[in-house]
Design a protein around this ligand. Structure first.
Ligand code: GLN
Ligand code: ZN
Length: 762
């Protein structure tokens, strides 16, 4: 009999209950007891919703982040967060969120505490708190949280399978603050893990899921040896280990995974489908093979019949040793499709969120145990839904396919090389040295958000809405002219989100009401659902930008989101390669670029904030991704005349290893978020001899502090030692929408003053 299990469940709550409880607690509006009892209620509900599975994850619930929980469980709490008083929750959130000095002084403890660094969890949009190490890091077990959740689960009659982040992944995900080798800490770490496993064994736990997603990444030989040492050390701990890998195939780590002395291996049978047969053939006879057959990364229904065709022979071969699960934790999908009352029934019939995915899993289990006939009607309904999706004219538009098929390299090529364009642009735009600009958004005041919400809810009519937004644009232009900025922006008041705004206007996109996915802590995103061929029925930004340009003689930047970013921040279709979907987006955005140009907009910025985020886990897959990503940007941007200046923007990231691709985009200007790096991010551009213009962010907009002119001048002088000054722009980091006008104006005054200083002969 096939065992059914789950790797992890979303903890935020179908209606984001955890988010609201956390935020109330942080504001001091809810007691710790209220927060704790909400946590218990969510765990209880989520375990109940996983009923019918043979093993249910326990320990996957977290108030903030499962990696941070692991750090606390291992006693690896940064020194700076200890000894400030407060209870355990205080200490926990101090690491998660930091604490500013004034807030700390008002409360129980003195001094500010910097938050733990946050970074992306593999190739998802979830962010974890990076474990901090140094050569002297020592670990001490604190299993209280896990044991308490285990006791709770058992009291509820749950077939509990504790979930741990494995030691190698834990070390790999962390950072040694002193530059020491974090893998050297493994001998310190292993006894603590072993102690934990023995403790669980003493509690009568049978199976423990140990997540080692680093097995889906490139691992050097010392890490392989670390795996061998670790799992050999756990062999006598009295529990059975299910070693879990997800987010990709094992590839060259497969030998290692098969060799480790564990009782079972979970693999991602969606992303790694191709290697499953070989794994099954080579699996030692006493091992369980858990196949993650239902995608935990997208929102589509599984083709259950096709899956059964593939699974039945495997089930015959493996018998009881075959387990089935979602590919990874369901953390990365929304909770419940059935509460989506606003979505049309047809589209809904194609989708599955976490609860629906578990229903699919149960159905597969029944089909394998009792035969397909036992679930004949359900399988038929599943086939019908998928057939309707395959045949739907909403999904397939021949004219879009034809346009993608007709793409040729010329469409991605500017008419002249950069030096020639730069000369023409200088003549046309008449910009001074060190031109000043901002990255696009201006403060989204409560009033702006209210007006937008009223309009969306149908309580404000179009004309009144347009007038209100135009008034915002007028204000933004007046402020920028008074400041003396050189290239203006309209301020993005009409946008709540840089992807949703475009998704809402493109055909082929749908939106959920409750499709929230945790991004970090209490922060959730609601990725739009890209379900069909993409078409742009009408211009999306031209009215706003043309209006803004009509108010000033200075160049007004048209403001767009690039195709790669739109793709990477959406749930995308599973029935064609991502590259093809991206090309469709590129064609739609290209049409917008050309319409902006026609409407007299002379500078167009195309944000590619998430280009780097889309990098595959394996190095060998980087270049193919970068090739099509760059191609898509070029299709979008490069149809314009020489005089039209193309900008792109990227958020804070490591540029060194992708700089050639960034250069290949051939934007006339790139602005980057860089202030926190003290201009070090420019190294990559300097060493590569990046040929076009760059605007390094000169102040951190996340801080309410007003930057001093001298500080900006000093930063730019530093930049000018790396990049020829005639190719430098002066701008802040991105995200001014999160600040107040009263902070933005004085800060930009300093910035413009700094640019004037820079222009003076030395
Ligand atoms: N144009 C956007 C802004 O200025 C860019 C946001 C981003 O980089 N993520 O806010
Ligand atoms: Zn940015």
């Amino acid at each position: 009999m096939t065992t059914l299990h789950n790797l992890g469940f979303p903890r935020i709550g179908a209606r984001r209950e955890l988010k609201f409880a956390l935020e109330a607690y942080w504001k001091g509006e809810a007691s710790p007891e209220t927060l704790q009892s909400l946590g218990a209620e969510l765990r209880q509900r989520h375990w109940a919703q996983q009923a019918g599975l043979d093993l249910v994850p326990v320990g996957d619930f977290s108030f903030y982040d499962q990696v941070l929980d692991t750090s606390f469980m291992l006693g690896n709490v940064p020194e700076r967060a200890r000894d400030h008083g407060g209870d355990a929750l205080d200490v926990y959130f101090r690491v998660a969120r930091g604490r500013s000095a004034p807030a700390a002084e008002a409360g129980c403890c003195a001094g500010g505490v910097a938050a733990g660094e946050m970074t992306k969890w593999f190739d998802t949009n979830y962010h974890y708190i990076v474990p901090e190490f140094h050569s002297g890091t020592r670990f001490v077990l604190d299993a209280s949280r896990l044991l308490a959740q285990l006791a709770e689960a058992r009291a509820q009659g749950v077939a509990a399978k504790p979930v741990l982040l494995g030691p190698l992944s834990y070390l790999a995900l962390g950072k040694a603050k002193d530059g020491s080798d974090r893998l050297a800490l493994l001998p310190e770490l292993l006894p603590v893990y072993a102690e934990l496993l023995r403790l669980l064994a003493a509690e009568g736990v049978d199976w423990v899921q140990v997540d080692e997603p680093v097995l889906a990444t490139d691992l050097e030989a010392p890490w392989h040896r670390g795996f061998e040492a670790a799992y050999a050390a756990f062999a006598g701990c009295g529990v059975r280990l299910l070693l879990s890998c997800y987010f990709g195939p094992l590839q060259n780590n497969a030998e290692l995974a098969l060799r480790l002395p564990v009782a079972g291996l979970h693999v991602d049978a969606v992303a790694g489908r191709d290697e499953v047969q070989a794994l099954a053939a080579r699996l030692p006879a006493d091992r369980v093979l858990s196949l993650g057959v239902i995608s935990g990364r997208n929102v589509w229904k599984t083709d259950l019949t096709a899956l059964l065709d593939w699974l039945e022979p495997l089930a015959a071969r493996l018998g009881e040793r075959l387990w089935l699960a979602p590919s990874c934790s369901l953390l990365h999908v929304p909770v419940d499709l059935s509460i989506e009352d606003g979505m049309d029934a047809e589209l809904r019939s194609w989708l599955a969120f976490a609860l629906q995915k578990l229903a699919e899993l149960r159905l597969l289990g029944r089909a394998l145990r009792e035969g397909r006939d036992a679930v004949r009607a359900e399988l038929q309904a599943n086939r019908d839904a998928l057939a309707a999706r395959r045949a739907s004219p909403r999904v397939h538009r021949p004219e879009v396919r034809a346009a993608v098929a007709a793409l040729d390299a010329d469409m991605g090529r500017r008419r002249s090389p950069y030096p020639l364009r730069a000369a023409r642009q200088a003549e046309w735009l008449k910009l001074p040295a060190y031109p000043t600009t901002t990255i696009g958004s201006f403060p989204q005041t409560a009033e702006v958000r209210r007006v937008r919400a009223e309009f969306k809810a149908g309580r404000l009519e179009e004309g009144a809405y347009r007038d209100a937004m135009r008034a915002e644009i007028v204000h933004a232009v007046q402020v920028q002219e008074a400041l003396g900025l050189d290239v203006l922006v309209h301020g993005e008041a009409e946008r709540n989100d840089m992807v949703e705004y475009f998704g809402e206007q493109l055909d082929g996109y749908a939106f959920s009401r409750f499709g929230w996915v945790q991004s970090y802590g209490s922060r959730c995103v609601k990725p739009p659902i890209l379900f069909g061929d993409i078409a742009r029925p009408r211009p999306m930004t031209v009215d706003w930008s043309a209006y803004a340009q009509s108010l000033t003689t200075r160049p007004m930047k048209g403001m767009l989101t690039g195709p790669v970013t739109i793709l990477n921040w959406s749930f995308v279709r599973d029935d064609q390669p991502r590259a093809d979907t991206c090309r469709q987006l590129a064609l739609a955005m290209r049409a917008e670029v050309l319409d902006l140009e026609r409407a007299g907009v002379r500078v167009i910025q195309i944000d590619e904030a998430a280009l780097r985020e889309g990098l595959p886990l394996r190095r060998s897959a980087w270049q193919p991704y970068l090739d099509w990503a760059v191609e898509c940007f070029r299709i979008t941007a490069n149809g314009v005349r020489d005089e039209t200046q193309v900008h792109t923007h990227m958020c804070y990231s490591e540029f060194n290893d992708i700089i050639a691709s960034i250069a290949a985009m051939d934007a006339d200007v790139i602005t980057i978020e860089t202030s926190r790096s003290d201009m070090e991010l420019l190294d990559a551009f300097e060493h590569f001899q990046y040929p076009n213009e760059i605007g390094p962010g000169v102040y951190d907009i996340h801080s309410p502090n007003i930057p001093a002119r001298e500080h900006i001048v000093a930063l730019m002088r530093k930049a000018a030692r790396r990049i020829p000054p005639q190719r430098l722009w002066v701008n802040p980091d991105c995200g001014l929408k999160t600040r107040q006008w009263s902070e933005v104006i004085p800060a930009l005054e300093q910035m413009v003053a700094a640019a004037k200083t820079l222009r003076e002969p030395a």
